[in-house]
Design a protein around this ligand. Sequence first.
Ligand code: ATP
Length: 235
Amino acid sequence: MIEGLSVTSLTAHYGAMRALSGVSLTVHHGEVVSLIGANGAGKSTLLRSIAGYQRARGQDIRLNGEIVAGLAPHAIARKGVVLVPEGRRLFPDLTVTENLKIGAETRRAGDWTLDRVLQVFPALTERLSHRPGQLSGGQQQMVAIGRALMSNPQILMLDEVSLGLAPKVIEELYAALPAILSTGLGALIVEQDIGRALKASDRFVTLREGTVVLEGASATADRHAITTAYFGAAA
Ligand SMILES: Nc1ncnc2c1ncn2[C@@H]1O[C@H](COP(=O)(O)OP(=O)(O)OP(=O)(O)O)[C@@H](O)[C@H]1O
């Protein structure tokens, strides 16, 4: 049995179009796995399928050996698999505190509290009564990640958290990752910048056209091989 997330032979369709074909991967507790691939490779579909927002065939998605595939998204979150979606999806009429506390509604027992989120993202401390529209993009992303942490996840999935943010702000977000992982959770991250994805992760998985084409340890990854796998043999 795998301690953490395991996905086996996952297939997903949009109508007749196959977006994922037999994708398998694991994310153990305490490790970061980065999902690398061009636009349309299927990264968001994979994360959304794991989180229960998208119907997938194969249906072998497990957390600590227990099948979670087929459960509703809130039930999967309650088991401990939580997605920070692309575009953040904060509640615009709620304050930062209220947005963070919503994450606690699917809360499992665990270490994450509002105070702990604020230790990881101190920039939010002064802005707890603000609405998301009054925050910078980076601060909004901190709220989205903080909201996910408030549910005490075992597996945290981050879909393109750096999209549209300035390099300095992206550095700040990634600098928080070790503190986030120190509670023993595992992370599956989608990051467009291959260099940053490898730096932030223990292992990488490259998707092309819905299929895993290359995977390995990030520290010893061959960038050329990844780029070739990413674009296909014709690149
Ligand atoms: N709601 C949808 N309806 C139909 N096709 C979709 C839908 N969402 C995604 N697709 C298609 O499924 C494939 C995989 O898309 P997906 O968004 O998972 O890729 P991605 O790797 O996350 O890309 P991006 O970096 O652009 O988000 C693409 O061909 C895309 O056009």
